[in-house]
Design a protein around this ligand. Structure first.
Ligand code: CO
Length: 213
């Protein structure tokens, strides 16, 4: 059997399993979605958001890219964020990185990969912001792990720089921003940072919604 056909067969088995548990399983979620969480994770195939969090269809609104980045010229990420925060009114935004991330590892090298350079450059920036700490770590694997953690923390803060998040914080005291890391060796998630509504980003990123200049 060709590899891809296994996926279609799996799908039929999955439908049967869900229906055997609840005959209305799909009908219940087929209406409007009302997810509580926005998940921004890495595209890595070993970090399936729903599986590792035990969530069901309808619970997570998901965006994934290489390195779980929040880049403010990325209309894809920004559109997902705006929709999740303003329309779906999620209560939590989770940025999830993972150890063993190829994006982070490659950003630590001098390889020229063409277009991907442009994306990984933002990870190199995180290195530069934290070079004092990172340069003191001499074990290269430990250095990559720490950069992976610092990248999650940095991207969590980048979310709070957006007008969407700041406006929702001001008007509705949500969402809470979480920075997590997933260990591909143990399957465990770990909290790195939690940013509550009302926290202040650096002055230069803060918007004044009252119109004062
Ligand atoms: Co990754």
């Amino acid at each position: 059997m060709e590899d891809y056909k296994r996926l279609l067969l799996n799908n039929k088995a999955w439908v049967q399993e869900k229906l055997s548990l609840r005959p209305d399983y799909f009908e219940r979620t087929a209406g409007e979605q009302k997810p509580t969480y926005l998940w921004i994770g890495c595209s890595d195939s070993r970090v399936p958001a729903e599986d590792i969090t035990g969530t069901e269809p309808g619970e997570l609104f998901v965006h994934r890219n290489i390195g779980n980045m929040v880049i403010h010229t990325d209309f894809n990420m920004l559109s997902v964020l705006q929709y999740a925060v303003q329309v779906l009114k999620v209560q939590h935004v989770i940025i999830c990185g993972h150890y063993g991330c190829g994006g982070i590892r490659t950003a630590m090298t001098r390889k020229d990969l063409g277009l991907i350079n442009k994306w990984l450059r933002h990870i190199k920036d995180v290195y530069r912001f934290h070079h004092t700490e990172l340069d003191q770590i001499h074990d290269s694997e430990e250095k990559i792990k720490r950069l992976t953690e610092l990248n999650v923390i940095e991207q969590a803060h980048r979310l709070t720089d957006t007008s969407f998040v700041q406006r929702a914080w001001k008007e509705e005291r949500r969402p809470t921003i979480h920075g997590w890391i997933y260990d591909i060796h143990t399957g465990l998630l770990k909290n790195l940072v939690k940013i509550e509504p009302g926290d202040h980003p650096h002055d230069i990123y803060e918007f004044d919604f009252d119109g004062a200049q």
